[in-house]
Structures are given as structure tokens and as C-alpha cells.
Ligand binder design. Structure first.
Ligand code: ADP
Ligand code: TRP
Length: 321
């Protein structure tokens, strides 16, 4: 079973990205044929400072390696290193009805929020379809917001196959039901765009400061507190299991401690959870050449799949003459 996912290099990684996406790829690489790439062309739809985008791409690569993406087991590369994806994007464009893109929620949401509509924002799902179809994966693990994009990729693949024969594998999405949406400091979905994130690799003091901002109910210190629905508890439970989780629930029920105490506890637990990853990150941050070599090797591996596919498409479409 081939599993593929892309993650945009558009900002610092937060714990929603970790539990919602990265951890799943790390778990999947043990048993499945995994393809993971950094979607830097897609990141251009939100980052328009060139130096910053280049920096974010290397930062994402460093972070993913630190968080457990294993380049021996996982085909791990940067989207723009396999440029055939852009050629496929054009091939697919002729099989993408305008209405399909006009109905895309993500485009409608972004333009409704005041983000300027341009062609790359509009055609974002076509490039995403190319990312997927170039590598013939069976499964795309996604957050709920990305389901429609995978459906668009399926629709385009079916149309293309109807015209030229069985070229593309029709991909399926997989939503991990056990991975709930990770809440942000304000209780909404954690997202860079809502500025409510707790980052994975922040400084310790800064992290505590962010965690202290988490919105909680006003309850007197001595009173018992509800843990269900509490934003601090909902974040803490991502890092705890068994007795540790029961102990925390008991502390809520008992009273005598305020949310401030639970926040300090959450900061400590989180710091401990990512300790090993932080150490690995320091290693890769000090060895950026090695990271570049890993990415080059990953792109070579990805090309082994991409090149025969694009060759076949050039032939059936008559572009090869
Ligand atoms: P952001 O919303 O911060 O811009 P992205 O859209 O770049 O995050 O998401 C990258 C990946 O992380 C996607 O697979 C997405 O489903 C996952 N993800 C992002 N935020 C959360 C969250 N709050 N809970 C669970 N998964 C999330
Ligand atoms: N659009 C995805 C997101 O914002 C990122 C992405 C780009 C992607 N290409 C992909 C995800 C291909 C899966 C498959 O999260």
C-alpha cells in the first residue's frame, strides 16, 4: 500500500501539525510504502518573501527529520526538486472543469477572508492532484479540510483515464478518526492562520508564555474543575496516557489547584515529550549539508517513480513526437 502526503513549508510547525499529520506519517513508515514531501510550490500561495520561503523549506526538512521521518524508509523530498510535477499540472489542467475548482471550499474560504484571488490559489487543487497522481499512491492521509482536494484529484484522474486509458491509480483519502482536531490556545482549531498555535520547537520560556494564554473558565482556586472541554486538559491529554492522565483528571476533580497550575504542568509535559526530538533537531540544524544530501537522495528516489509516469503521459497525449 503506497501512502503519500505533502506538507506546506509555510511556517513554524505546531502541535496540531504533529498529531494531525507528521506523527501519522512516522507511524505509517514502519509498515507502508510512504512518500512524504515538502510542498514548497504550494507554500508560495501564502509566502511571498523569497529568502523566507527558502529558509522555511530547509527548516521544515530539519524539523521533519528531527520528528522521526526516516529517509531510509520514507521517500522524503522537496516538491520543487521533481519538476515533472509542474508538467503534469499542465496535462491535468485540460481535464479540470472550471466548476470543479469554483466549488473548492478552501479557495472560497481564503478569498472570503480577504486573501487576493490569483491563478495559483485557484488552481492549487490541480497542482495537488499532480503531486498525488505522479506517484500512484493508494492512500492520502488528510485532515478534514483536505478531503475535497483529494476528491478533486480523483475526479481529474477519472476524466483523464476515460480519455487515455488506465494511466492513473485512483487515490483514496484516509481521515484518522482517532486523531481529533487539536485545539489552539483560544479553543478553536489550532492553525497558523488563527495565530493560536503552540509551536513544537519554541524556546522554553516562550512556550510557557504561549501556554499561559490558553483560554480557561473562571473558577475559584479551591473549587473542583471540569476537565472535559477544558482547553488545557484537551492539549495535555495528547501527551499523557494511563495513570498520568487519570492523575491529572483527579487533580481537576479535587480542587485546590487553579488552571495556572495545570498550564505549568502542560508546559513541562510537553517540553519533556519533545526532548528527544529537540536533541535530534540540534544535530540536523548543525549539519545542514547532511539534510541537503538527504533531500537530494529523496528526490532521486521520487524520480524513479515520477519519470516513467510522465514519459507515459507524454506518449499518450502526443506531446512526445
Ligand atoms: P495550518 O492550519 O496551521 O496552516 P496546515 O494547513 O499547513 O496547518 O496543515 C498541515 C497538516 O497538519 C495537515 O495535514 C493538517 O490536517 C494538519 N493539521 C493542521 N492543524 C491541525 C489541527 N489543529 N489538528 C489536527 N491536525 C491539524
Ligand atoms: N494542501 C495540503 C495542505 O495544505 C498540502 C499538500 C500539497 C498535499 N500537496 C499535497 C497533501 C498532496 C497531500 C497530498 O495540507
Amino acid at each position: 500500500m503506497r501512502v503519500l502526503t505533502g506538507i506546506q513549508s509555510s511556517g513554524d510547525l505546531h502541535i496540531g501539525n504533529y498529531f494531525g499529520s507528521i506523527k501519522q506519517m512516522v507511524d505509517a513508515q514502519k509498515k507502508e510504502d510512504t512518500f512524504t514531501f515538502i510542498a514548497n510550490y504550494h507554500a508560495m500561495t501564502s509566502v511571498n518573501d523569497g529568502a523566507r520561503l527558502a529558509e522555511l523549506t530547509m527548516q521544515s526538512a530539519t524539523d521533519f527529520l528531527a520528528l522521526g521521518i526516516n529517509p531510509e524508509k520514507n521517500t522524503f523530498w522537496v516538491q520543487s526538486d521533481v519538476k515533472e510535477v509542474l508538467e503534469l499540472y499542465w496535462f491535468l489542467s485540460s481535464y479540470t472543469p472550471m466548476g470543479l475548482l469554483e466549488r473548492a471550499h478552501s479557495y472560497k474560504d481564503k478569498t472570503a477572508k480577504g486573501i487576493k484571488a490569483n491563478h495559483s490559489l485557484f488552481s492549487y487543487p490541480v497542482l495537488m492532484a499532480a503531486d498525488i497522481l505522479l506517484y500512484s499512491p493508494d492512500i492520502i492521509p488528510v485532515g478534514k479540510d483536505q478531503i475535497q482536494h483529494v476528491e478533486i484529484a480523483r475526479d481529474i484522474a477519472i476524466k483523464f483515464n476515460n480519455q487515455y486509458g488506465d494511466i492513473f491509480t485512483i487515490p483514496n483519502f484516509r481521515v484518522e478518526e482517532t486523531v481529533q482536531t487539536v485545539p489552539g490556545t483560544d479553543g478553536q482549531k489550532m492553525s497558523k492562520s488563527y495565530k493560536n498555535t503552540v509551536n513544537i520547537f519554541g524556546e522554553e520560556k516562550k512556550q510557557l508564555k504561549t501556554i499561559k494564554k490558553i483560554v480557561t473558565e473562571q473558577v475559584a482556586l479551591e473549587d473542583p474543575k471540569e476537565f472535559e472541554g477544558c482547553n488545557v486538559y484537551n492539549m495535555a491529554k495528547l501527551f499523557l496516557e494511563g495513570d498520568e492522565l487519570t492523575d491529572l483528571q483527579n487533580r481537576y476533580k479535587k480542587g485546590g489547584e487553579g488552571h495556572g497550575h495545570f498550564k505549568v504542568y502542560l508546559a513541562e509535559v510537553m517540553w519533556e515529550y519533545f526532548r528527544e526530538f529537540r536533541e535530534k533537531r540540534e544535530y540536523y540544524a548543525a549539519n545542514q549539508l547532511e539534510v541537503r544530501e538527504i533531500l537530494a537522495m529523496g528526490a532521486d528516489k521520487a524520480r524513479v517513480t515520477a519519470l516513467p509516469m510522465i514519459e507515459k503521459i507524454r506518449e499518450v497525449t502526443g506531446i512526445s513526437y
